[in-house]
Design a protein around this ligand. Structure first.
Ligand code: AHM
Ligand code: MG
Length: 332
């Protein structure tokens, strides 16, 4: 595809190239694009509009504070999904349970969406990059029925499409429908996402490691030795590495995928399953990582092959350039 290719054109092109494409996924992805634009516009007002800033004063099912923008983004995406008929249900990090849409047209939808509407929410109030993460699966229950839990508890190997939006110095949507990873930068003057990063590949190795090192005392001995290795001086292997941690996984992942690096949120003695959610955060990013030639693991298992047992399940997560992830594994 040439210069000035839009996200819409790219989606159409990738779907038309597929046999048996009914256009439903195309419509669904357009719906995500539209909701992302709406959320982007609201995020850009954070700090200007008082009501948007600050906490909602309530917590989600995982006991975390919900920010107003979390709630706004959550509603915008869910409303957009319900307004179209391609999906029968949605599971969101901000909802207690999954939502099975009642409308008959939705019950005839063949997809479900899992979403983290605003990842990195602790960064909202301080003008630091945040993002949206989504993944799309084909339902396993019969078309025409209401979505059920088993539609959402699928292995990552079943993902049909996944992506994220980074609301940063510019807004970018990064998407894969299983044919590589492509990035589209938003031009706010015309309201269009243009293809800016065609066929993104993780560099084989890199010089960046991203981790919340404040958790060091609670890491396993293997992770501690790996972090010491990252900081050792060794000219031949280009160490010490550079430490970069934004605290918005989407943004840390995005930078590492472009520049080469590794992101880790491992288990700790305080949180043996780590912090990140398998379904909303780890699997979609693992899908994108593998599509871009990277590796995503919990330390032992390929993330995409982990069988989920509950919606808000957490999972240790290590993702990045293949040589770096393989190096880390030697320490575990
Ligand atoms: P969130 O979805 O509630 O924002 O939490 C996920 C975020 C990740 O984006 C980020 O990498 C991590 O939590 C940061 O956690 P910590 O503050 O413990 O380093
Ligand atoms: Mg999140």
């Amino acid at each position: 595809m040439g210069k000035f290719t839009t996200l819409g054109e790219h989606i159409l092109h990738s779907q038309y190239a597929k046999a048996n494409s009914t256009g439903e996924l195309t419509h669904l992805l357009s719906c995500i694009r539209l909701a992302a634009k709406v959320v982007n516009s609201e995020i850009n007002k954070a700090g200007l509009v008082d009501e948007i800033m600050g906490k909602m004063g309530k917590t989600n099912i995982q006991g975390e504070d919900q920010q107003k923008l979390d709630d706004y983004a959550n509603r915008k995406f869910i409303d957009a999904f319900e307004a179209r008929s391609q999906i029968c249900g949605v599971a969101s990090e901000e909802e207690d349970s999954y939502i099975a849409f009642e409308k008959e047209s939705c019950r005839n939808g063949k997809y479900v969406v899992l979403i983290d509407p605003l990842d990195g929410s602790s960064n909202i109030d301080v003008n630091v990059s945040i993002g949206t993460i989504f993944s799309i699966y084909r339902r396993v229950t019969p078309i025409g029925s209401k979505a059920e839990l088993k539609d959402f508890l699928q292995k990552g190997t079943e993902i049909v499409a996944a992506g994220y939006v980074v609301y940063g110095s510019s807004t970018i949507m990064v998407l894969s429908v299983g044919q590589g990873v492509h990035g589209f930068t938003f031009d706010p003057s015309v309201g269009v996402f243009y293809l800016s990063h065609d066929n993104i590949q993780f560099p084989k190795s890199g010089s960046i490691y991203s981790v919340n090192e404040g958790n060091y005392p609670f890491f396993s001995d293997g992770i501690k030795s790996y972090l010491r290795y990252c900081k050792e001086h060794d000219d031949a292997s280009g160490r010490p590495l550079t430490s970069r941690y934004i605290g918005s996984m989407v943004s840390d992942f995005h930078r590492n995928m472009i520049k080469g690096g590794i992101y880790l949120y491992p288990s700790t003695t305080l949180a043996p399953q780590g912090k990140l959610r398998l379904l909303y955060e780890c699997k979609p990013m693992a899908f994108l990582a593998e599509q871009a030639g990277g590796i995503a693991t919990d330390g032992q298992n390929r993330i995409l092959e982990i069988e989920p047992t509950e919606l808000h399940q957490r999972c240790p997560f290590i993702v990045g350039s293949p040589d770096m992830v393989n190096k880390l594994k030697e320490f575990l």
